[in-house]
Design a protein around this ligand. Structure first.
Ligand SMILES: Nc1ncnc2c1ncn2[C@@H]1O[C@H](COP(=O)(O)OP(=O)(O)OP(=O)(O)O)[C@@H](O)[C@H]1O
Length: 640
């Protein structure tokens, strides 16, 4: 927890008194907003010159940017690529700190670290919500995870959700699902409100919004901005990037920062911006929208009509000759910037570098509680979107019957007895491994949601990992394996012995779990399905070749044969073969063959340890893949 001056998640939450009357308006969102200042921010990105080039170029996307954002509506405007989102992300602590060449961000005159992101609200441009849950369920998820259990009872949290629903005008759609690719849900405007509500749950006093009106129609955009204005009037510091707002939206701005080519060309009261540019000789036509006018000025579509003293003095300056962004130079010489500079200098002089905000932010709820809630949501999501589970179950039943029919009642006479048994085992293992390809979608489909929620402090990475793994393993992997295993076992007429059946099921489960774990590892490592499919198919095919059935491993080139030790197929096939063939005698007209002799001939160790070492190896592969998958999940780039 932080020092008195520190902004902490808990502090941003204003405790409300429980009310007995639900209809009574609940005082919400009342924490006074801080003043955010940024000093000489220089941000650059490194880009490779060509796809295979070893050379990198540095591109400056914020060039010595300074400013002050007070409580109220603070808009960041500018043409496409001017750096509005970059500025918003840097001051919100969402951009990779590695790119920050110089500068600092202060909140209420105190240095903040990148953990400011955990204690302020950030609404992303493309809403990230769980589509299968209703508006109320999404808000309750945020409330349950982000409000401390010590300070808020369940009733308080429920009341907070109700008050947010009321405040954001979401009453009519509160119990409607958000919507997915297959399910029509709430409208775009309602989605945006819900996204804002997810953040308002903690009553933050500092809010960042990335283009909150993009993709919305004019009326919806207006109502979203009215909502933000309402919040700002209650004392919040609302900072947002916006592209080209209409006049009714523009008129709600208190402060305007105009960007062009990574520099500020105006920062000050929104209603004084026109006068500022008119003083420079630009003329805004009487019925022109100021926002359009500013963009025309920055794009160079409108040129100064009158050359007055100010612009002439600036255009002759040395700095102007060197800089390709003359309006930025003019702004830096204007009284607006000089006032900002003075104030920033005063703040810098009185700054104590030891005192920081946002350090050591901890989660609002404990591990087990997060695990319960996130697992609950994952299970609910699966139940409401059960297509994958049904498909997995159907596939297993289908293949189970198919294998059973192909190898129906395998005789004990040679050569079918051995050929069919070993062929069936290899076919079963192939089905078990390749039947789990769908597991690669586990961490890819919700990657954006996970990154947003995890970086906003909803839950720990380990909680998400465990909840996803268990919620996928039980309905999609373990249950279908038993069905798949049982059907062909009895149809093929394998050893009629409970212990053998149990060991066969165990082997099939271990093969399935280790193959799934490898798929989880790939899923956690890459961000696209195409890449994941390629990466998972390759090891599966290699493992199959080195499985001991398609090629005699002893006859292989020695430097290649080590790959057999990593083959899930080999361990699965060996264990199934030992379990079935050991102790059996197969006959033909003239001779008989003991299963043990056949196993010896195949160099398969059929001792008790020989059987169990396959299970140990499969467990080892499973554990290693799961650990690596978790490490990969922790390493996902959360920066924008
Ligand atoms: N991570 C990044 N990698 C490469 N280029 C980047 C990155 N972040 C920003 N840029 C570049 O920096 C410049 C500013 O980008 P930014 O997204 O901040 O602009 P913007 O004003 O918000 O534009 P838009 O309105 O189109 O979103 C652009 O040229 C963009 O391509």
């Amino acid at each position: 927890m932080l020092s008195e001056e520190g902004i902490m998640l808990d502090e941003l939450v204003v405790k409300e008194q429980p009310s007995t009357d639900m209809e009574e308006s609940i005082p919400c969102f009342q924490a006074p907003g801080p003043t955010l200042t940024f000093h000489h921010l220089r941000y650059h990105i490194r880009e490779r010159l060509g796809m295979f080039s070893r050379e990198w170029v540095e591109k400056d996307i914020l060039k010595d940017v300074s400013g002050i954002m007070n409580p109220g509506m603070n808009a960041i405007m500018g043409p496409t690529g001017s750096g509005k989102t970059s500025l918003l992300d840097v001051i919100a602590g969402r951009k990779d700190p590695k790119g920050l060449k110089s500068g600092q961000v202060l909140v209420d005159n105190t240095t903040v670290t990148s953990d400011l992101r955990l204690c302020s609200a950030y609404v992303v441009q493309n809403d990230v919500l769980m589509g299968t849950l209703t508006v109320r369920e999404n808000l309750a998820f945020s409330a349950n995870l982000r409000l401390s259990r010590k300070e808020y009872s369940s009733a308080d949290k429920k009341m907070r959700v109700d008050s947010v629903i009321q405040e954001l005008g979401l009453k009519d759609c509160a119990d409607t699902k958000i919507g997915t690719m297959f399910l029509r849900g709430i409208s775009g405007g309602e989605k945006k409100r819900c996204s804002i509500g997810m953040e308002l749950i903690t009553s933050p006093s500092l809010m960042f919004l990335d283009e909150p009106t993009t993709g919305l129609d004019a009326n919806t955009a207006n109502s979203i901005m009215e909502l933000l204005q309402k919040l700002s009037k209650k004392g919040k510091t609302v900072i947002f990037s916006i592209h080209q707002p209409r006049y009714s939206i523009f008129s709600q701005f208190d402060h305007l920062t105009l960007m062009n080519k990574g520099e500020i060309i105006y920062a000050g009261a929104a209603n004084k911006a026109i006068t500022y540019f008119e003083d420079l000789g630009y003329k805004c036509e009487p019925f022109n929208n100021p926002a359009d006018f500013f963009l025309d000025v920055t794009n160079g579509t409108i040129l100064p009509q009158i050359h007055n003293n100010k612009s002439e003095k600036c255009s002759s300056s040395e700095e102007m000759e060197e800089n390709e962004n003359p309006l930025a130079v003019i702004y830096r010489q204007s009284p607006y910037f000089l006032t900002v500079k003075d104030r920033l200098n005063q703040i810098s002089d009185g700054l104590d570098p030891e005192v920081t905000k946002g350090d050591r932010v901890s989660y609002a709820t404990p591990f087990y509680y997060q695990l319960m809630l996130v697992s609950g949501r994952t299970v609910r999501n699966i139940l409401r979107n059960p297509q994958t589970s049904y498909a997995q179950l159907f596939l297993n039943i289908f293949f189970g019957i198919l294998v059973g029919l192909i190898y129906y009642q395998i005789p004990h006479t040679l050569p079918e007895a051995l050929q069919n048994r070993t062929g069936a085992f290899f076919f079963l293992v192939i089905n078990m491994v390749f039947g789990n390809l769908s597991a690669v979608e586990l961490f890819i489909s919700e990657r954006v949601l996970f990154i947003h929620e995890n970086s906003s402090g909803f839950y720990r990475t380990s909680v998400y990992f465990l909840s996803k793994v268990f919620a996928d393993l039980i309905p999609n992997r373990i249950l279908p394996v038993f069905i798949f295993s049982a059907i062909p076992y009895f149809m093929m007429g394998l050893k009629p012995d409970m212990e053998a059946f149990f060991l066969y099921c165990l082997t099939m489960s271990m093969v399935s779990l280790s193959a799934v774990s490898l798929a989880f590892l790939v899923s956690a490592s890459v961000g696209s399905f195409a890449m994941a499919n390629i990466l998972i198919a390759m090891p599966y095919v290699f493992m199959m070749v080195f499985g001991g059935f398609l090629v005699n491993l002893n006859s292989m080139l020695s430097w290649m044969s080590w790959l057999k030790w990593a083959s899930i197929f080999r361990y699965g096939y060996n264990a199934l073969a030992i379990n079935e063939l050991k102790g059996q005698v197969f006959t033909s007209n003239y001779t008989s063959l003991r299963g043990d002799v056949y196993l010896d001939h195949q160099e398969i160790d059929h001792s008790t340890w020989g059987f169990w070492q396959n299970q140990v190896a499969l467990t080892g592969i499973m554990c290693m893949c799961l650990i690596l998958a978790y490490v990969q999940l922790c390493r996902i780039n959360r920066w924008k």
